[in-house]
Design a protein around this ligand. Structure first.
Ligand SMILES: Cc1cc2nc3c(=O)[nH]c(=O)nc-3n(C[C@H](O)[C@H](O)[C@H](O)COP(=O)(O)OP(=O)(O)OC[C@H]3O[C@@H](n4cnc5c(N)ncnc54)[C@H](O)[C@@H]3O)c2cc1C
Length: 436
């Protein structure tokens, strides 16, 4: 009889890994500590919970994350399949109804007879048994010590989540629906809240002066650039937000026929459109301060906050020291680390790491050779980056800088990215046919 594989953690990576292993005819024990115990960012009892934004970023293959998702589709990612099935209009991005998405993945897991979901906290495991660890950046309890022991120590950084407001509380007299550069094709999936120069300047002043949560703990801490709290970004300079999450480019206010001075974008949280999140507003402000300062945005003056933003410490392994490019540990090759814990950053990246770790755990169980995806693919480039020597390792998102250069010297940036995508997908499609 073939060995059963243990997958610890029923998040994005763990669910993908479990489904990949199970599809290959191998029984899986999927361990998940919810609902009994939850990390500070997890709130739902379902598997595969999105802890913050409901967007898996762009679907455009000329963007790095769009390309990664297209590769995952070619490799038959079960979690991306569920995300596509639960997509809500989002102007060219893959945003999902978070509850439907979690339910779809949970149903997929439950529909496989060879996956047993075991609810309860895992504190220890046998590194000799084929195991995928996918407990995420907020791994709960003593398991952190075990992972640190096997990998030579855990590293960490800080990131933050954005608040959510109820749709009915948004004052639409001060907001307009539109996608940047009309990208979505329809009437507009985003609600845009314009700010005049005066409003913007006052907002930035209040934002930078507002009270933060346990400030001392985060002072001088490593904050991940992609999840920088909005107040930290604002403190970098008066115009930083106007060139960042509040940029007005590609948007015209129908009231004035002009581009606003600054724009706060709101994105639907669910298919019904009853909740909206403040795009790019990850924050570590005290809850009362979030209500006070964010209500200075004219469209949000009466906003009802359904969830406030929060900030968390994220753990990850020192991948270059501990991990092989097939996501197994150098010292304990039967142990695979998947998801954000492996040193990737982002939802799609975590799913990708789950897929690769799952495929490789299954191959190891059957005595097959490990698969490391081609360096020309985003998934291959990302996994090779994790394992490459790097004394100052920090978590990595999909990006074109990871890919080897094209043979021809292409000047047009968009065309270059398009060609990177064509090449990557050619390699991935060949790989997809060969992987069993
Ligand atoms: C606060 C926060 C906000 C983020 N926001 C975004 C974002 O907006 N966009 C983005 O792309 N990325 C975001 N990330 C980064 C990353 O994409 C997510 O953390 C993603 O959920 C990682 O997927 P994962 O499968 O590795 O871990 P998770 O999705 O966290 O899954 C881990 C699972 O393991 C379970 N678990 C933990 N410890 C144990 C244990 N000891 N025993 C049993 N089960 C356990 C957990 O309950 C959870 O279900 C965010 C991260 C954090 C912490």
């Amino acid at each position: 009889m073939t060995e059963t594989v243990d997958v610890i953690g029923g998040g994005l990576a763990g669910c993908e890994a479990a489904l990949q292993i199970s599809r290959r005819g191998i029984a899986v024990n999927l361990f998940e500590c919810k609902p009994g115990i939850k990390s500070p960012a997890h709130v739902s009892d379902s598997l595969c919970e999105l802890v913050c934004s409901n967007s898996l970023k762009s679907n455009d293959v000329t963007s790095a994350c769009g390309l990664l998702k297209e590769e995952l589709r070619a490799l038959k990612s079960a979690v991306i399949e569920c995300a596509d099935a639960c997509a809500i209009p989002s102007g060219g991005a893959l945003a999902v109804d978070r509850e439907k998405f979690s339910a779809a993945v949970t149903n997929a897991i439950e529909s496989y007879k060879n996956i047993t979901v075991r609810r309860g906290l895992v504190t220890d495991f046998d590194p000799g048994k084929i195991t995928v660890i996918a407990t995420g950046p907020l791994t709960v309890g003593l398991l952190n010590d075990k992972i640190a022991e096997l990998t030579g120590g855990l590293l960490h950084f800080y990131d933050a989540a954005a608040p959510i407001v109820s749709a009915e509380s948004i004052d639409t007299d001060f907001a307009f629906a539109a996608d940047r550069y009309g990208k979505g094709g329809g009437e507009g999936d985003y609600l845009n809240c314009p700010l005049s120069e005066d409003e913007y300047v006052r907002f930035v002043e209040e934002l930078t002066a507002a009270e933060r949560v346990i400030l001392r703990d985060f002072e001088g801490a490593d904050v991940f650039e992609g999840c920088m709290p909005v107040e930290v970004m604002a403190a970098r300079g008066r115009d930083t937000l106007r060139f960042g999450p509040l940029k007005p480019v590609g948007l015209t206010d129908p009231k004035t026929g002009k581009r606003p001075y600054a724009v706060v974008q709101l994105r639907k949280e669910n298919a019904e459109g009853t909740m909206y999140n403040l795009v790019g507003f990850q924050t570590n402000l005290k809850f009362g301060e979030q209500r006070r300062v964010f209500s200075m945005i004219p469209a949000l003056k009466n906003a009802e906050f359904l969830r406030f933003g929060v900030m968390h410490r994220n753990s990850f392994i020192d991948a270059p020291k501990a991990l092989n490019a097939d996501f197994s540990l150098k010292k304990f090759p039967n142990v695979f680390i998947a998801g954000q814990l492996s040193g990737v950053e982002g939802y799609a990246e975590s799913i990708a790491a789950g897929l690769a770790a799952g495929i490789n755990a299954a191959r190891r169980t059957k005595g097959g050779q490990a698969v490391v995806f081609p360096p020309q693919s985003m998934l291959g480039a990302l996994s090779r980056y994790l394992a490459a020597p790097n004394p100052n390792f920090q978590p990595m998102s999909a990006n074109f800088g990871l890919l080897p250069p094209l043979d021809a010297n292409i000047r047009d940036k968009r065309e270059k990215k398009r060609l990177y995508g064509v090449r990557a997908l050619q390699f991935v499609c060949i790989e997809a046919q060969n992987i069993v």
